[in-house]
Design a protein around this ligand. Structure first.
Ligand code: ZN
Length: 121
């Protein structure tokens, strides 16, 4: 008898993935729709109390949730250690530090406790 572990909130992660893809597709065509999908993504994430990957968070504007692409955001290099990303829709600015040695917690090997295979229907 095999014990298969199930992924909790599987439907929520599928919906978040769909909304992220929809937001990225609409980013260069309709920024309001991209922002709408991003807002729904944030609401779904907050209601289910799940963490989303930091790369997905960094793809979206923190204020208006628009998917950030070279057409929707401006990258301004400040100095050798930081870069400024400005959203063209709402004007929100976010500063990111440039450090080759810095790793997010989820990127470290110690953060992976176990891997779960998810079968597709
Ligand atoms: Zn914005």
């Amino acid at each position: 008898m095999s014990k298969r572990k199930s992924l909790h909130n599987k439907e929520v992660f599928h919906r978040i993935n769909f909304l992220h893809q929809a937001s990225s597709l609409m980013a260069n065509k309709n920024q309001k729709l991209s922002s709408f999908y991003g807002n729904i993504l944030n609401q779904v994430q907050k209601k289910a109390v799940v963490k989303i990957d930091p790369t997905i968070k960094r793809d979206m504007c923190k204020r208006c949730s628009t998917f950030l692409t070279p057409q929707t955001a401006e990258v301004i290099p400040e100095n050798d250690t930081s870069v400024l990303i400005e959203c063209k829709q709402c004007g929100f600015k976010k500063r990111y530090l440039i450090n080759d040695y810095y790793k997010l917690w989820c990127e470290k090997d110690s953060a992976i406790l176990e891997t779960i295979e998810v079968s597709t229907p």
